[in-house]
Design a protein around this ligand. Structure first.
Ligand code: PLP
Length: 367
């Protein structure tokens, strides 16, 4: 028999997430070394040494289950944001929280809205619970909030996913536009505001979404330790929201969804503001380096507020493969409806240089 037919049709219809190619895989495939991976928006500085030390220390207790309530990490977040414990839930990466939101509030027949070119996990999370995703046309690759609101209201959607900044486009919505959107939206539609790249926003673009929670009980904010904090492998994120919303997410999460190394490292990482600042500054420099390099090659890119940038390339798929041969891993984004773009993460100066040189070499080659 065909066992896939035992799965519901909406599960069979899922197109799996396509991660960035791991360095070890490219090493095996091409037998090359000195590979630069600029494909998953990871922190090129690694993680805070204090976070690494905390994770190491936690290894001594791996025979014990982690604290299922994440007391220490929640306490650190409560202190940071001035919220109550019951406004916080931890996740196995913020990916977990996006799925928990879908699982807690959506079922077969329900609808949820997101933007074209938005983070690929939204349609996955929606489809996995048998709900229907509605993708709304973007403006200049960014979210069209007014169109998203209209679509949600007209189609009776229960939930809207917003990424700010968005991955893979790097586009950004101002705090004012988000607030105006929340004001205009009926309060029975939940808004999941995914702020995975929040720490990378330039100072003049920052806004305090956490302070809006008292005004908008239908707002759920997700953040992560994977990006600026450099803890991608440990899998830890958090969501802030109304206690009743948080309670529902808590009911469908695994009791021990965040491991002890991740919890300990996140507490230390949150405290190391100097590391986050260094990360931010390095990213600014690297973004300048890469965008200037792209301009020199006369390549168009989408101005980005994250730690990555998507650029336009004729024959993007071929250029991607050629970059691999030269030891540079970037990310194809054809699955985001952007077949003519490649996304490159901002790395260290030398990594950015290697990427730019490789691209320049490829552009100079006869096809
Ligand atoms: C990377 C990313 C996440 C989640 O990453 P986790 O490692 O699961 O925390 C969420 N949203 C966006 C837009 C991202 O790019």
């Amino acid at each position: 028999m065909n066992y896939s037919e035992l799965a519901p049709s909406y599960i069979r219809a899922i197109a799996p997430y396509q991660p960035g190619k791991p360095i070890s895989e490219l090493e095996r495939e091409l037998g090359i070394t000195n590979i630069v991976k600029l494909a998953s928006n990871e922190n090129p500085l690694g993680a805070s040494p204090k976070a690494v030390a905390a994770a190491r220390a936690a290894l001594d207790e791996i025979s014990l289950y982690p604290d299922g309530n994440g007391f220490a990490l929640k306490a650190a977040l409560v202190a940071r944001y001035g919220v109550e414990h019951n406004q916080l839930v931890l996740g196995n990466g913020s990916n977990d929280l996006l799925e928990l939101a879908a699982r807690a509030f959506l079922t077969v027949g329900d609808r949820a809205v997101y933007s074209d070119h938005a983070f690929a996990v939204y349609p996955l999370a929606i489809q996995a619970v048998g709900a229907t995703g509605i993708s709304v046309a973007a403006i200049d690759f960014g979210h069209d909030l007014e169109l998203m609101r209209q679509a949600a209201v007209e189609q009776g959607a229960k939930m809207i996913f917003i990424a700010n900044p968005n991955n893979p486009t790097g586009t950004y919505l101002t705090g004012e536009s988000l607030r105006a959107f929340l004001h205009a939206l009926p309060s029975n539609i939940l808004v999941v505001l995914d702020e995975a790249y929040n720490e990378y926003l330039p100072v003049e673009c920052r806004y305090d979404s956490v302070s809006w929670l008292s005004e908008f009980p239908n707002l759920l904010i997700s953040r992560t330790f994977s990006k600026a904090y450099g803890l991608a492998s440990l899998r830890v994120g958090y969501a802030l929201g109304h206690p009743q919303v948080i309670d529902m997410l808590g009911r469908v999460r695994q009791p021990f969804n965040v491991n002890s190394m991740a919890q300990a490292a996140a507490v230390a990482a949150l405290d190391d503001k100097e590391f986050v600042q260094r990360t931010f500054e390095l990213n600014l420099q690297g973004m300048k380096q890469i965008t200037e390099g792209l301009r020199e090659m006369e390549l168009d890119y989408i101005p980005s507020f994250g730690n990555f940038v998507s650029f336009y390339m004729v024959n993007a798929a071929r250029i991607y493969r050629r970059l691999l041969e030269l030891g540079v891993i970037v990310r194809p984004v054809s699955n985001y409806g952007m077949p003519d773009y490649l996304r490159v993460s901002i790395g260290l100066d030398t990594q950015n240089q290697k990427f730019l040189s490789a691209l320049k070499q490829i552009l100079g080659e006869a096809v």
